[in-house]
Design a protein around this ligand. Structure first.
Ligand code: SF4
Length: 440
């Protein structure tokens, strides 16, 4: 691996040695009990019993720790790498309140998951014999989790995915410094062993395809995620050097990183924007600037991620939008316009261009990370399915859609982290099981 690739794939949270893990685990106060779960567990969407698995690591029983984490989260190794822990378990750790750093829960979870997943020792206990079938559209975190839960209830589960490999956004859209591919294959292997069928390179599209599927399956889970990157209709966006975020990350993950210039401008305010900006630094870009049309306070990215990006030398221009990508064939500069936040009638603030407030940022590379479009074509293909403000409409407090045979979760129902998508998958499996058992 070249030095550049080495740097690009250098993980944000490298693994601890067994000794380091035991030492770190001994810092845990093992809070909570049967009637009052520990605050870190309550902050975990999948409710992993954190004090119990950390205690197992402290005792040197990594296998036990691994079984505890996988019993709550079939993608526990992946989540250990990609979870926003400062706003979840580690942010809730009581040690924060006594002026100490929190227990490094994510890194310990990675050790726990590694202890068993490498030996493929996680067995999903499949109660075979159910004749009912469930179709899952999308092999991302919510679909995989839904399948893992349902196969344990004995259902015949088939996952359809348009990609050649499973993992969804984890495999194709999460920057490689967080996770490249491993440990996904180890986490998916137990599903295959338990009887989950995969149909890759299979796009379920059109009314007829869904009608056929409805005849074959007794329930259908839509873990379809989002569609393509949103395009900014800005002059010059087809110049060489102008990228969309998802193809950029795909190229990184393929091991053939895009050629990148000295100056990079990233457009967007979400975590994907920060990921591509930080990867641009790792690829050798000397000047990386993020521009976002609202203020820092309004950025969808986690605040701690913004601080980490600033610490890596990334600059931010808040309240600015691109109005032109300039150059002949290749990008030379991004022309931007300052924005101001103007309230509407109900007091919500929207960015409005400030007349004449134009500036230029020299750039060889620009990456647009302004979000992805919703899969609204599903409205045409499935009776009862509809979207509102880019989100698939669900029954209140449920994963059921207005069409009783369809359930949904993950990014399609609202922008969520991987661990929240896992939790959507667990909830959907419960709802589907109740529906098929006639309890609803
Ligand atoms: Fe351990 Fe912190 Fe969780 Fe308490 S809150 S159980 S100290 S990790």
């Amino acid at each position: 691996m070249s030095v550049q690739l080495d740097e690009m794939f250098r993980e944000l949270k490298p693994p601890l040695t067994a000794f380091e893990a035991q030492k770190e685990a001994s810092r845990c106060l093992e809070c909570g009990g049967p009637y009052a779960p520990a605050p870190c567990t309550l902050a975990c969407p999948t409710r992993i019993d954190i004090p119990r698995f950390v205690s197992a690591i402290r005792r040197g029983d990594q296998d036990r720790a691994g079984h505890i984490v996988f019993s709550s989260n079939p993608l526990a190794g992946t989540c250990a790498r990609v979870c926003p822990t400062p706003v979840m378990c580690e942010g809730a750790c009581v040690l924060n309140h006594v002026g100490q750093r929190p227990v490094a829960i994510a890194r310990l979870q990675r050790n726990a998951a590694h202890a068993v997943s490498n030996r493929a020792a996680i067995d999903l206990v499949s109660r075979r014999g159910q004749s009912r079938r469930v179709a899952i559209i999308g092999a991302g975190p919510s679909g995989l989790t839904c399948a893992a839960e349902l196969v344990q209830h004995g259902y015949q589960v088939t996952i359809y995915d348009q990609n050649p490999e499973p993992g969804g956004l984890v495999r194709y859209a999460i920057a490689p410094y967080r996770q490249r591919v491993a440990p996904l294959p180890d986490e998916i292997e137990p599903l295959t062993r338990a009887g989950v069928q995969f149909r890759f390179n299979t796009r379920v599209a059109g009314r007829d395809a869904f009608s056929e599927l409805e005849k074959e399956a007794d329930a259908i889970f839509l873990g379809v995620g989002l569609g393509q990157d949103m395009e900014l209709d800005v002059p010059g966006h087809r110049l060489f050097g102008v990228w969309q975020a998802l193809p950029f990350i795909r190229a990184l993950k393929s091991g053939r990183p895009p050629a990148i210039g000295r100056s990079t401008v990233v457009i967007g305010g979400g975590n994907t924007a920060l990921d591509v900006a930080r990867e641009a630094v790792r690829l050798g870009s000397e000047q990386v600037t993020v521009i976002y049309r609202r203020d820092r306070h309004s950025m969808p990215a986690y605040d701690y991620e913004v601080s980490e990006a600033e610490a890596e030398g990334i600059r931010f221009h808040w309240l600015a939008s691109p109005v032109g990508f300039l150059g002949e064939a290749w990008l030379d500069a991004v022309e931007c316009q300052y924005q101001e936040l103007v309230p509407d009638k109900v007091g919500r603030f929207f960015p409005e261009p400030v007349p004449g407030a134009i500036f230029r940022l020299p750039a060889d590379t620009a990456i647009m990370a302004v979000g992805q479009v919703a899969r609204t074509e599903l409205e045409q293909w499935i009776s009862g399915i509809r979207f509102d403000h880019g989100r698939l409409v669900m029954d209140a407090d449920s994963t059921r859609t207005p069409n009783p045979k369809y359930f949904a979760g993950g990014d399609a129902v609202g922008g969520v982290s991987v661990v929240e998508a896992v939790q959507w998958g667990k909830r959907a499996a419960e709802d589907i099981h109740r529906y098929l058992a006639g309890e609803d």
